[in-house]
Ligand binder design. Structure first.
Ligand SMILES: [Zn+2]
Ligand SMILES: [Zn+2]
Length: 488
């Protein structure tokens, strides 16, 4: 999570060295459906191709998987016969299902191929994966995404619209160390579980320390965030839960690693440090597998491994300075709630947001502002609808979308920093992360087979619009056989 000097939180740190960024699969103004299609490997089925064309960003390969999974569990619940039902294997040692949800922060899709990752690939080969990656929610930042995973809601609806922001009504500030329930809307999965009198355990997850419903962040089942805890110790704590008597084993556990996000900010996505971090993450997965095997429960446990977003290289000349717009409009620093990559501007109430947007865009498109064509400013309600980023007072009225790998700053301080960043439009391939599932209800097989099954079983092309994390959330709930207290 973090390297914030003050609070334990996933604050991006300053960039230092140059790095190559991946080729964008999407020019700045390109329509998402075209771009996403371009990102698919040639082996992807026609069905997946049509899926991507006919729906928006949410219907990624990961969603397709999640939809199938959800539908298969739903079918199970309804005692329907389907191919997917056959994937469920009976538990052999545990008396109830257990899900371990693992997050490796900033695990950009593709990192798993940088170096041998035998343990991660063991999960993939005996389970399943989002073959073309998982598309995070916008903004592609740590807290909004982790809490979307937990709640199945877009940031505008779960309230964590950025890693830090100001409540425009009360005037107080949210930071990554804010644990007051008023910030954290929706119902995270650990709360759902606690509300049903069942046990969950969280080993770091944004929002997990917030007391909501019957979830009171119980001692020994809810670790207070401390980035200095060695990763191995985190794995071992989760493993120790399996030494409890069967009824006391939590049905849901989270496990969180700050890497490779930490390294990604420092050196960008293409650097030996990333490779090393991936090897370490793989070793931790190996430690978890080995520990579960030793206890005879590996095949009984469902493991879901995800990241929260990707990473892209940023460097020196790729900057837009707001002061360069002064011939058109002056943007005082007090108006700017966040600079980059999610430019967030809240002008005083006597100013017209639409006039400000018009003047900024006039300047940016004039050809006289350095990199002006790499930033486009919107009233939040005019942002592309696929971003679902407007329906909250917490989101400032003016939002700027910046091109992949570019930064926004107030003025030119002639810094020469390079490194990595995220938070960009989730249409960029570099922002994609991973989704891997392994366990009694995940099939052993390739993702392509899944796609074919999905399309045989679901008429999803037009009807399923919820976001991928929402679809991913449902199977977790269904896996646990916990009825949901609220519907989204
Ligand atoms: Zn980060
Ligand atoms: Zn993150």
């Amino acid at each position: 999570m973090g390297i914030d000097a003050v609070k334990p939180s996933p604050v991006p740190i300053k960039e230092e060295n140059s790095s190559n960024q991946s080729t964008s699969l999407l020019s700045f103004d390109t329509d998402i459906s075209t771009a996403t299609t371009a990102a698919e490997p040639s082996t992807t089925t026609v069905l997946l191709f049509s899926l991507l064309l006919s729906t928006c960003i949410a219907l990624s390969a990961a969603v397709a998987f999640a939809i199938l999974f959800f539908s298969s569990i739903r079918s199970t619940n309804h005692h329907h016969t389907s191919t997917a039902i056959q994937i469920a294997r009976p538990l052999t040692k545990l008396t109830h299902p257990v899900v371990i949800l693992i997050s490796s922060d900033g695990f950009r899709f593709g990192y798993q191929f940088k170096t041998p990752t035998p343990n991660i690939h063991r999960l993939i080969n005996n389970g399943t994966e989002a073959e073309t990656g998982l598309i995070p929610v916008y903004p592609t930042l740590t807290f909004p995404n982790h809490y979307s995973i937990a709640t199945g809601l877009y940031p505008a609806y779960h309230g964590i619209i950025n890693n830090k922001f100001i409540d425009p009504i009360a005037g107080d500030s949210f930071t990554m160390a804010s644990h007051e329930p008023k910030w954290w809307l929706g119902e995270p999965i650990w709360e759902t579980i606690a509300n049903h009198g069942l046990k969950a355990a969280t080993y770091f997850w944004p929002g997990s320390e917030v007391k909501k419903g019957l979830w009171d962040c119980p001692v020994n089942y809810c670790a207070p965030y401390n980035e200095s805890v060695p990763f191995e110790e985190r794995v071992d704590t989760v493993l120790n839960y399996f030494d409890l008597p069967n009824p006391d084993i939590p049905i849901f556990m989270t496990l969180y690693f700050e890497d490779p996000d930490h390294q990604g900010h420092q050196v960008g996505p293409d650097d030996p440090q990333i490779t090393e971090a991936i090897s370490h993450i793989d070793a931790l997965i190996g430690r978890l597998i080995k520990g579960l095997e030793k206890r005879g429960v590996f095949e009984d446990v469902t493991i879901i491994m995800v990241g929260d977003h990707g990473m892209v290289g940023t460097c020196d000349q790729k900057v837009i300075f707001l002061d360069d717009l002064s011939s058109w409009i002056n943007i005082p620093t007090q108006w700017v709630k966040d600079y980059t990559p999610v430019l967030s501007i809240r002008p005083p109430s006597d100013q017209s947001p639409s006039e400000i947007v018009a003047k900024m865009n006039q300047g940016l498109s004039s050809g006289k502002v350095k990199n002006g064509d790499k930033l486009k400013v919107y009233l939040k309600e005019d942002l592309p609808k696929r971003l679902h980023y407007w329906d909250s007072d917490r989101i400032p009225p003016i939002i700027g979308l910046v091109a992949e790998g570019f930064k926004i700053e107030q003025k030119d301080l002639e810094s020469k920093e390079c490194g990595g960043s995220h938070g960009y439009d989730n249409a960029f391939f570099s922002m994609r992360t991973i989704f891997i599932g392994h366990g009694p209800r995940f099939p052993r097989g390739s993702f392509q087979q899944w796609v074919i099954i999905i399309c045989k079983e679901c008429a999803f092309a037009s009807s399923l619009t919820p976001f991928l994390y929402q679809e991913m959330h449902k199977p977790i709930i269904n896996l646990l056989d916990v009825p949901r207290t609220i519907e989204f």
